[in-house]
Design a protein around this ligand. Sequence first.
Ligand code: FES
Length: 171
Amino acid sequence: MMAAVKRGQVVHVLAGLENGFSTEPSGARPLLNGGGAGVPPLLMLCKQLVAEGKQPAVVMGFGSADEVFFEEVFHQLGVRTSVATLDGSQGVKGTVLDACRCGDSTFFYACGPAPMLRAVCLASDIDGQVSMEERMGCGFGACMGCTIVTLSGPKRVCREGPVFGKEELIW
Ligand code: FES
């Protein structure tokens, strides 16, 4: 539909709601954890971190080799990139936690399925930001369908998130 839009035509778009990752607390060597469909949001973040002179590392998790994408894109940015697949058909067999060789990381970012986010948060002894995944009804704060419980009370992922600090989250 967007491709068919003519120059000058008016369109109504509801997109890009609420917050995103912040590069401010990342330190010099941030670690980006992406799982499946959670990988693409990390690309722009990675480009931004590189532009700021930081040295991000990326670790991506997929089910199997035929699901892997963006590995070359991240390589071209000059960042350390690791891949894990659950069936071991590409990269390290297991999850992002198995593929991570990033003990010197200063901060982490995570985007992906809830079990991955939980595992990354519980395994990390550094601070981080997590893009939470919830089913959404309205997408703009009205239906409360995406509410999660945090240490500072209930929060709507679409309105107060989707990115939350690791220290806010209850697993
Ligand atoms: S999806 Fe409706 S409040 Fe978040």
